[in-house]
Design a protein around this ligand. Structure first.
Ligand code: TTP
Ligand code: MG
Ligand code: MG
Length: 405
């Protein structure tokens, strides 16, 4: 206590020596802030962030609307008979067998022969999505949707003066259950990163709170692949360096992190310490949607490249349909074995989101680069130039890529 008072006096020093009314007002404000901080640290320093994510979203909507599907293993996505059919999501009953998002439908059928395949109904998911957003908006306008089924909410100041983020998360979950007959999971914390991890911890129908004092221990135990922005390639690199958990990441100084992981290194450095200052950004515009893959071995044959491009184009196509978006510009990204990277793009007069057009143009762009002359380690396809606003934007070779799903 004595130390805290000394600390407060130290902070107040500039105001103690400078006279004037303004200074006096500031002085009083700071005294109250310090008092408040000591009695109730969360009231001053911390933001209140909720991350909400619907449980087995597409599958739950299908089970809600068709009672015959309830309690059964279900996969929403392309049929296992056709070529290239992929699972968008699976009901929890099907997940017990190992059926997962992005898995070829054929494989899902092998893992779980009883699995029922249902075609997605994007228009219905969009409507439900609007429903959950309307529920969120009863508590705050600071809503940042990440996809149809999830969003960040900043409830540091909520519209109904409830004050408790945990209470708000409960009320939101309750409203989603009663009004939409669906379940959601919520994570509550002081920043986006921890809130998002928390929402995934007790699915389905979970509510997980990770308070300031628990963050440090929580981050230390977190496996590196759970860190925001760490994909398979970065995770493998980290593991080769002996970095498996947040505690291991914390062991590296900032310069080392930047040396090994570039700009992202600084973010990992901070996040390993539980620091994430990213604000909840309402109305963030989606500028592009894409997918890319780094291969286990470098590609040298055009046939292999075409097979990979088909898969990537299919993922892009699913994502575009998920967001009900069409784009006019198709961009192909190629990274060679020496890590040099090029992009090529083509713009169309009409926006598209169908698999055939996307994959055909990607292949044409690839063919024009003399692809078999160099070893290729990564291919990516991105669509941009959505709608009116985007069409007027200057085209670039490096469209802003949003992280999706
Ligand atoms: P998620 O929230 O990732 O998954 P989910 O809601 O199905 O399951 P969970 O309970 O684990 O949250 O994605 C939301 C929806 O987005 C999902 O229902 C289907 C779609 N989707 C795809 O189409 N492809 C994908 O690869 C993923 C991950 C999701
Ligand atoms: Mg979900
Ligand atoms: Mg989600």
């Amino acid at each position: 206590m004595v130390l805290q008072v000394l600390h407060a006096l130290h902070l107040l020093r500039p105001f103690l020596v400078t006279p004037g009314f303004y200074t006096f007002v500031e002085f009083i404000k700071i005294v109250f802030r310090q008092k408040d901080f000591m009695e109730n640290p969360s009231s001053v320093t911390y933001r209140k962030i909720i991350h909400i994510d619907m449980d087995a979203f597409y599958a739950s909507v299908e089970q809600r609307d068709n009672p015959e599907l309830r309690g059964k293993p279900l996969a929403v996505g392309g049929s296992p008979e056709g070529r290239g059919g992929v699972v968008a999501t699976a009901s929890y009953e099907a997940r017990k067998f190992g059926v997962r998002s992005a898995m070829p439908s054929k494989q899902a059928k092998q893992l779980c022969p009883e699995v029922i395949f249902v075609r997605p109904r994007f228009a219905v998911y969009k409507e439900v999505s609007q429903g959950i957003r309307e529920i969120f908006s009863r508590y705050t306008d600071l809503i940042e949707p990440l996809s149809l089924d999830e969003a960040y909410l900043d409830v540091t100041q909520d519209k109904q003066n409830i004050g408790s983020a945990i209470e708000i998360a409960k009320l939101i979950k309750q409203a989603i259950k009663e009004e939409l007959q669906l379940t959601a999971s919520a994570g509550v914390s002081i920043n986006k990163f921890v809130a998002k991890i928390a929402s995934d911890m007790n699915k389905p129908d979970g509510l997980t709170f990770i308070g300031p004092s628990a963050i440090e221990a929580f981050m230390e135990e977190l496996p590196v692949e759970k860190f925001f922005g760490v994909g398979k390639v970065t995770a493998d690199k980290m593991k080769k360096m002996g970095l498996f958990t947040g505690a291991d990441l914390k062991g590296l100084p900032e310069e080392e992190m930047i040396k090994h992981f570039g700009k992202a290194g600084r973010f990992y450095y901070l996040i390993a310490r539980g620091i994430d200052d990213r604000e909840v950004q309402p109305n963030r515009e989606t500028k592009s949607i894409g997918a890319e893959d780094t291969f286990a071995y470098d590609l040298t044959e055009i046939d292999e490249m075409y097979i990979e491009l088909d898969k990537i184009a299919q993922t892009v196509c699913n994502r575009l349909q998920h967001y009900q978006l069409k784009g006019r510009t198709i961009t192909l990204k190629i990274k060679y074995s020496d890590f040099k990277q090029i992009t090529r793009n083509q713009s169309l007069t009409e926006p598209v989101n169908d698999f055939k057009t996307i994959t055909d143009i990607a292949k044409k762009l690839l063919l024009a680069t003399d692809p078999e002359s160099k070893r290729i380690r990564l291919l990516g396809v991105t669509l941009s130039n959505f709608g009116e606003m985007a069409a007027r934007q200057k085209q670039t070779d490096h469209p802003d890529q949003l992280l999706l799903f």
